[in-house]
Design a protein around this ligand. Structure first.
Ligand code: ATP
Length: 311
């Protein structure tokens, strides 16, 4: 991550135009890590500003942590930190995101915005919907969204999104980082025991390797469109698509609440009825009352066609 775009990325290119993957190596991005890339030129991105600058490393702790440091040094909106491997990839509530070398799209995108603080978290829902659509189109796989921040194929997790604010002014967020962990090339034996049966990848779902560069391109293009739509209209414009792509709508779930949900008691069980205008999940409990869920872990209950149970 030492060379500015335009000064070394040309030399870093390994072959092919616009960074096409080397023949027979679908995992290759066509460039060597360790450089700062010009996304459109070096990776063939078709975005306007997202990925104009891509800090591409072999290994980082967390791409979001790296990007926050770059933001403090004045990185431009749309800057991406992309790594072949994360040694400390993060999920919600301090959970870890497993990010083995060369097998996924592990990256973070810098967003400049002007959003009320409470509108930041639902951005991960909008991102999930947008990337789900891009991947559906690219692969034909029935990629679904799971509130609030996951992509699933069947019951197995394909990707996660984590949005964190960087700079705030009063109650408004001025810049944020969106972290993306998307499993592309993992095979069953690449998964650690704790994720076996719970995680999947595009390769596993398709039964053949997938060009990681194509996945990167469509993901960044989808995120750029998502940011623009989200800034204009918030989550409202995504609700209809959420209903179509939700893995839980109309199904019975249990919510194990996080700290922000403690007024709901230790667990809530009910039928998912909608996504609120605010981005909260709406669940109808046994008494027929609609409860808004802002935070928590959603587990499907008593499913007949899928295999996830919480008790
Ligand atoms: P969940 O949906 O599992 O209840 P979550 O949405 O809060 O949890 P995140 O915080 O987004 O999940 O992601 C962290 C969790 O995802 C980890 O605790 C682990 O169970 C799972 N995980 C970690 N790495 C991967 C991966 N590469 N692919 C799929 N799942 C993963």
């Amino acid at each position: 991550m030492t060379t500015p775009p335009g000064e070394g990325s040309e030399g870093a290119r390994r072959g092919g135009d616009a960074g096409r993957p080397a023949e027979g190596d679908p995992g290759s991005l066509g460039v060597e890590p360790g450089t700062v890339l010009d996304g459109p030129r070096d990776l063939g991105l078709t975005t306007t500003y997202v990925g104009r600058v891509v800090h591409y490393s072999r290994s980082v702790g967390s791409t979001s942590t790296e990007l926050k440091a770059l933001a403090r040094e004045g990185a431009v909106a749309g800057t991406v930190v992309l790594a072949e491997e994360q040694t400390g990839g993060r999920g919600r509530s301090g959970r870890t995101w497993y990010s083995p070398e060369g097998l996924g799209v592990w990256m973070s995108v810098l967003l400049e915005c002007d959003l009320p603080a409470e509108r930041l978290a639902p951005l991960s829902i909008a991102a999930a919907i947008s990337v789900a659509d891009a991947l559906r189109e690219l692969t034909g796989i029935d990629v679904r969204v799971k509130w609030p921040n996951d992509l699933l194929i069947g019951d197995r997790k394909l990707a996660g999104f984590l949005v964190e604010s960087i700079q705030t002014a009063g109650e408004r967020v001025e810049s944020a980082v969106l972290g993306v962990g998307l499993n592309v090339g993992l095979d069953e034996n690449d998964l650690p025991a704790e994720l076996a049966g719970a995680a999947t990848s595009l390769r596993l779902a398709l039964g053949r390797p997938v060009a990681r560069l194509e996945v990167l391109r469509v993901t960044l293009l989808a995120l750029e469109g998502c940011f623009e739509r989200y800034e204009r209209g918030g989550i409202g414009g995504f609700r209809e698509r959420w209903r179509e792509l939700s893995s839980t709508l109309g199904r019975e779930v249990t919510v194990a609440p996080g700290a922000a949900n403690t007024e709901l008691g230790p667990r809530v069980t009910g039928i998912v009825t909608d996504l609120a205008e605010s981005g909260a999940l709406i669940i109808r409990d046994a008494s027929g009352a609609d409860r808004e869920i802002w935070f928590g872990d959603i587990t499907l209950r008593h499913t007949e066609d899928r295999g996830v149970y919480d008790d």
